[in-house]
Ligand binder design. Structure first.
Ligand code: ATP
Ligand code: MG
Length: 884
């Protein structure tokens, strides 16, 4: 069975059990502050389990792209060394939202594995939760009773809380789970040791393939558990592991999920893959075959390697692959980029987003690789220096801080540093490195830490209605609130049953405004400083103090947004759409949105394009946008458009956006701009008034950023520029042609400078001639000690050297007050240096005390600067004395 067939059988099987088959959500988690990447199939359904939204069906199944490289699930360091953990993998899953429970989940799992996939029954084991006294949760008798007739008692293993109790987070839905493990060892080994003893023992051929989670509790902030009113099923099966089991392989990398990619790596490197566990070229090929998937799909889903957050995680994965390729397969030029086409083809049917953007993805990867390869070489050079310095000083160990720094800045994992060190007979301070690593982790944990209280539920609601497309204020009821402690202090988060407040998303920032409550005869105002989305909830954030007093007693509010601010935001949002369309017209259809910021003050738009946007192109784009504004095109807003219809309309969809089956389409002239968008917009483009660019630049490889202002801000910008021009004219005494006047000034200045240079040179000649008349001799050498006038310290130095060239055997001390800053120069003849052991640097330091300064230099010439010009004569007198 090919991997595509295996995937399809899974979806078909659950479709036949009345499940709705849905698309994978993007790898990058959206609107979930607790999650950077989707790391399991259930992540996109979290809201349904939390009761914040209604699922599209009670039974759902899909294959979800998952990434386990940060936070609670981080398998990164295992990848390559073992054969069954990946960074990105597909999780096949089926869900029941308050519908079927353990019985169906268990029997269907068994039916699929043994009847459809025909896995041998005697190689399967299952686990059941043993219970936990501390949590007061009993043994999962129900699951046991269901499994017993199917697999027999001796194939059931009891599991503890760590392996067999699933929790969404510190709080929220949780419950026991039941895992299915498969034993893939050859019969001879099975005969010697039963598989049961190897379950959950990290044996590479006795692995967990499927986890069935039964959500039946809710954990509260104080740690206690409440039974959930609606019980759910959430299952996740590792697709690559399943392929290994069905295709009779001993490693995920031997399945057709990976063999195509590995073949290309073999061709590029000229090294063949032997599949050994520990040989570095084999480890490297697995690392590369795995990481290229994570990196490619993350970029296709809208991420770009960068120095912050999710972008940084992707950068580190990419660097890990490059580093293994460089060290163990001899790749010194970009190579990952060459694997993209194979991958794109292979997944074109399931995850078309990669194939659709493969040139873009390949280019981003190529540039990122090239730049890291340069860093890598520099890092290796640095390490070379560190090791040779150590060897010279007789040291034996590279200290932990240095190992950490190499890791942090050059992406050198400590094991590589250790390896290179070992080759040179050195070791690394592993404990010190771990300590530095720990400190960094603590720093980042502190940054992220916040304490979230339980929700106080005030009114039962079915979901949150957003009325902000049509209204700026609305009567509403408070559904719940909670207190959150974070870096900014205490905040209240408030959820309403309906609200005009737009929650930050799709680049548009959240609304501000107020909630008005009637308390007796008074009106109490709660100020809302921001609005954010958490999953499907719209959360109004207030920094006001002691809100419990009002919130606990009143639920009816009048929610009002700051309309002036909202209008400015809408101007910028609609302008962003006009800009996007104009960029595609002028630069080409490859332009795709890669991020945006839409606020009341300005707009920012990031897009894929490989060259600087020229001034002419910018001018053309700005002209088109302003034309479209003056056309006063009315907004055409359509809600609840089926996704396929929207695509047929030519809507520009962002890959990496998670869209439901129904979308909102924003059109400004069907032949100009059609976009899927949840944001708020102007009624007609004329309201935008004016559009002006403020900057154009690069954000990262292949991605440009444009910033612009509209409406009032655009006018303010023009006024400011006009004011500067007016002031300039005034300064120049109102010339007819300002440009010409400035040009004349600059020419004049240039001429004057030339004259000054000539005059100064002449003056210096005169000073020199003067000084030559003041030479006297002492103890067989010439001496000049004088105060002179020179324009700069450089001129002073030049003069000293000129005099030395004229007079052999010259001892010289010159002092000058250069615009209030006293300067000294000392020149000594070789003879004095040798016979009297004098040093110009020491001498100048001594003299500089008089001018309250310091300096230094070589034995024959040194200079000093000071702060007290009144001491110059004293310094010279001292000099005269010392040179007697
Ligand atoms: P393991 O103990 O093997 O790391 P897990 O307990 O972390 O697995 P779950 O969180 O229960 O796994 O995920 C459900 C299924 O997803 C697992 O049964 C397994 O088949 C698969 N899976 C989990 N992590 C990975 C990974 N890093 N790469 C590939 N498949 C994975
Ligand atoms: Mg795991």
């Amino acid at each position: 069975m090919t991997s595509s067939e295996i995937r399809q059988h899974f979806l078909d099987f659950f479709q036949s059990k009345n499940h709705l088959i849905v698309q994978s959500a993007p790898l990058v988690a959206k609107n979930d502050p607790t999650l950077m990447f989707n790391n399991s199939g259930m992540a996109q359904f979290k809201d349904f389990f939390l009761g914040n939204g209604t699922p599209p069906a009670k039974r759902v199944a899909d294959t979800q792209k998952c990434l386990r490289v940060s936070g609670k699930h981080n398998d990164l360091e295992d990848v390559g060394f073992d054969t069954y953990h990946h960074t990105m993998f597909e999780m096949l899953g089926n869900w029941s939202f308050g519908d079927y429970f353990k019985k169906e989940a268990i029997t269907w799992a068994w039916e699929l594995l043994t009847e459809v996939y025909k896995l041998p029954k005697d190689r399967l084991y299952v686990s059941v939760f043993e219970g936990d006294t501390k949590d007061n949760v009993p043994f999962d008798q129900e699951a046991w009773d269901l499994w017993k007739p199917i697999v027999g008692e001796d194939r059931i293993i009891l599991g503890n809380k760590k392996d067999n109790f699933w929790e969404m987070g510190d709080t929220g839905p949780c419950g026991p789970c039941s895992e299915i493990h498969v034993d893939l060892r050859p019969q001879s080994e099975v005969d010697q040791k039963p598989g049961k003893e190897l379950v959950n023992a990290d044996h590479p051929q006795v692995v967990e393939i499927w986890n069935l989670v039964f959500m039946q509790f809710n954990r509260k902030a104080d740690g206690s558990l409440d039974p959930l009113p609606a019980r759910h099923v959430d299952t996740g099966m590792g697709f690559e592991r399943l392929c290994m089991a069905i295709q009779g392989k001993l490693s995920n990398y031997d399945t057709d999920v990976f063999t195509h990619t590995i073949k290309v790596i073999e061709e590029l490197s000229g090294i063949s893959y032997k599949g050994s566990q520990r040989d570095y070229p084999d480890v490297a090929m697995r690392v590369i075959a795995d990481h290229i998937r994570a990196v490619s799909f993350a970029i296709a889903d809208g991420l770009v390697p960068s120095n912050a957050r999710a972008g940084y995680v992707i950068r580190r994965i990419l660097r890990r692959a490059v580093r293994y390729g460089y060290s163990y397969l001899g790749f010194t030029e970009p190579f990952l980029t060459k694997l993209v086409p194979t991958l794109a083809m292979q997944f074109a049917d399931v995850f078309p987003e990669l194939n659709a953007q493969r040139d873009f993805v390949a280019t981003v990867i190529r540039e990122e690789e090239a730049s890291f390869l340069r860093t890598l070489e520099n890092g290796l050079k640095l390490l070379d220096k560190i090791t040779s310095d150590l060897a010279q000083s007789g040291g034996k160990e590279i200290d932990g801080e240095t190992v950490f720094e190499l890791n942090d800045t050059f992406g050198f994992p400590s094991d590589l540093t250790a390896l290179i060190a070992r080759e040179k007979g050195l070791s690394i301070d592993e404990a010190g490195f771990q300590k530095a690593l720990q400190q960094q982790k603590e720093r980042s944990r502190k940054d992220a830490s916040s304490a979230t209280g339980d929700w106080t539920e005030l009114t039962d609601i079915d979901g949150v209605e957003f009325v902000g497309y049509d209204q700026t204020e609305a009567e509403a009821r408070i559904a719940k609130y909670r207190k959150v402690q974070n870096k900014q202090g205490t905040q209240y988060q408030i959820v309403l049953d309906r609200t005009p407040f737009y929650a930050e998303s799709g680049g548009q920032i959240g609304d501000t405004g107020s909630l008005e409550l009637r308390v007796g005869d008074e009106t109490v105002l709660i100020r809302i400083a921001d609005t954010k989305k958490e999953n499907d909830l719209i959360i109004h954030i207030s920094n006001d103090k002691n809100l419990e007093e009002v919130l606990d007693h009143h639920t009816a509010v009048l929610a009002k947004i700051d309309t002036h601010r909202r209008i400015a935001i809408e101007d910028n949002h609609s302008a962003t759409h006009l800009l996007h369309a104009a960029l595609r017209q002028v630069l080409g259809k490859h332009v795709g949105q890669k991020g945006s910021y839409v606020g009341p003050d300005a707009l920012r738009f990031d897009f894929s394009h490989f060259a600087k946007v020229t001034d002419d192109e910018l001018a053309e784009v700005e002209r088109i946008v302003n034309d479209k504004i003056r056309e006063n095109i009315p907004l055409n807003e359509r809600r609840n458009v089926p996704i396929d219809e929207a695509r047929n309309l030519g809507a520009m969809a962002l890959f990496g956006e998670k869209y439901g089956d129904f979308v909102r389409v924003i059109t400004f002239d069907p032949n100009y701009s059609v976009e899927l968008c949840g944001g708020t917009h102007v009624p007609a483009t004329g309201q935008i008034g004016l559009f002006k660019f403020t900057s154009e630049g690069s954000v990262s490889t292949g991605i440009r950023r444009i910033e612009a202002v509209t409406a009032e801000k655009a006018l303010a910008l023009l006024n400011e520029q006009q004011a500067t021009l007016d002031q300039l004219k005034e300064l120049l005494k109102a010339p007819k042609d300002v440009l010409k006047a400035v040009q004349n000034l600059m020419d004049e200045r240039h001429q004057l400078q030339k004259k000054i240079d000539v005059l100064e040179a002449e003056k210096l000649q005169k000073v020199k001639a003067d000084l030559l008349t003041k030479v006297y001799s002492a103890n067989g050498h010439f001496v000049i000690v004088e105060r002179i006038e020179v324009p700069s310290a450089d001129a002073l130095k030049q003069l000293a050297y000129d005099l030395k060239a004229k007079l052999d055997n010259l001892a010289l001390v010159l002092g000058s007050d250069i615009n209030g800053k006293p300067q000294l120069a000392v020149m000594l003849p070789d003879e004095l240096i040798k016979t009297k052991n004098l040093h110009a640097g020491t001498l100048v330091k001594e003299l500089a005390k008089e001018i309250r300064g310091g300096g230094g230099g070589q034995p024959f010439f040194a200079t000093a600067g000071g702060t007290d010009a009144t001491g110059l004569d004293r310094a010279l007198a001292k000099g005269r004395e010392l040179l007697q």
